[in-house]
Write a protein of this length. Sequence first.
Length: 594
Amino acid sequence: MDVDEFIFNMTALTNNQSSYLLQHLHAIQYQYSYIPEQAVTLLANRLSLTEAHIQGVVGFYSFLHDSPRGTFDVLMSNNITDDIRGGLALTEKLYSELGVLPGVPRRDGRVTVDTTSCIGMSDHGPSMLVNGRTITHLDNKRVEDIIGFIESGTAIEKWPKRFFQIKDNIQRRDILLSDDSKSGDVLRTFNQQGSDHILQELEASGLRGRGGAGFTTAMKWRLCQQTDADQRYVVCNADEGEPGTFKDRVLLNSYADKVFEGMTLCAGIIGSRKGFLYLRGEYHYLRPALEVTLHNRRKQGLLGSNILGQSNFEFDIEIHMGAGAYICGEESALIESLEGKRGIPRKRPPFPVTQGYKNKPTVVNNVETFMTAALVAIHGATWLRSVGTKESTGSKLLSVSGDCSKPGVYEYPYGVTIEQILSDSGASNSQVVQVAGAAGITLAADEFQRRIAFEDISTAGSIMVFNQQRNLLDMVKNFTHFFVHESCGFCTPCRVGTSLMKDLVKKVHSGHASEYDLGEIRNIARLMQASSHCGLGATAPNSVLDTLEKFPQIYDQRLKHTDYEPAFDLDASLEEARSINGRDDADAHIGTAS
Ligand code: SF4
């Protein structure tokens, strides 16, 4: 199908509002593996946007491309948990055996290989996306098979089904995951008890958002309800991108009906007719089943107009796909993305709850928060207060991965200690636990008595374990690389700071840094914390600062005891040229030539 015909068919069937730009681009990318120039022109006319705006959006999202990719577009997940399970070596194997450079399509157009940030499969060993489809449990054998399929041009639909198997890996259930309520129970309770009563129960339960910030859910919903507007929106943030987290994947796979029930409850309370599930691009494989769940709810009268026979209760949910931008997990960036723009965080206040999607009051909650709120509506405040601590009521889902024998999803009452989590997940000889992803906290062994709770360590759910054999600088290097990739580039302290930080950590890692460089790291970190526009820049240096403070020896051991050495190593940078020319003699090295 040519581009004009495809765009015509697509836009004839779907929405022509500019807020649907990202969704249109997804469809075009899926069809052509990139966004052709003609498509940009056609979309600009169709959506009344400038071509420059569309090109800016394409350039922002890492899953969109303005030039062709290979027929097989391979993206290796490069989270540190993939690296320590052999992911780095497997990536190198793909590059060398397929004869490609990172991100550059092979001359015959057959394949592109590149890396991407954590794809939410840290409990499944090294993983990759091929043409958007997730393949897990990579090892030498599986990668060799994949290389064979690519070289023979075997359509991905014919690759063994076992490659694509993804399990929930639920290792521990508590009040949330063991609930046996049925579809519609929440909304029937809502119909009987009304908004005020449910809001009072939510308030009494002490429910706080499960995304990490911990804002009181009842307060957020009440603020939105009380803001004067002709339309309000409900948005479920399913863009879990915190490296090492995957529990929303499991909720959306096996508990989506309860998540949608929570969104519909919220709509009934705040008076919303429209909701969005913003699903991260990496979880595209979940979409068909989610659409079926939505369809079934419409058939049961749990979505659409006259919900459960109430003439004034109308609400529906649309799924919008993200496109590989970690920053879109930040709620105002997510809203920008939902509006079809680049995901650049907004200045706050105003907060989305009063001025969110299309500047209307909008509740943005995490997947786990919506499900928990739904169950509080049925079981009441005491149900949530039956577990947890005074300030952190209820339970928390944790994604546990890294050096442990039982990675997976663990549901614990708030207040659980790190030590307990390590014991249950089969971790031994642990050196550090990284909580809350790359921007989180690095806990040393003498801190394993600390607790997961808003009053101690708050997290959206990522727990990555590293044993005594691990080089912590590998972890720090991985995280600094992650932030360079994921900084949205809007403000200088973060855009430049993440890049300088990455170079300095690399310099330490390669044994070329001095005390001076450690001072520079601290200076840059302070600047980023004080003047970044959003939380990404402010928290990006956390792992460097934590390890500098708690494990100074890992830096000291690598220092050159000179006052200063330049960050740019000219001799090392010429390595590639030397290998192409087949030279490694003294004359080919800077500083050794006679
Ligand atoms: Fe973008 Fe980073 Fe600035 Fe946040 S801090 S707005 S992610 S550049």
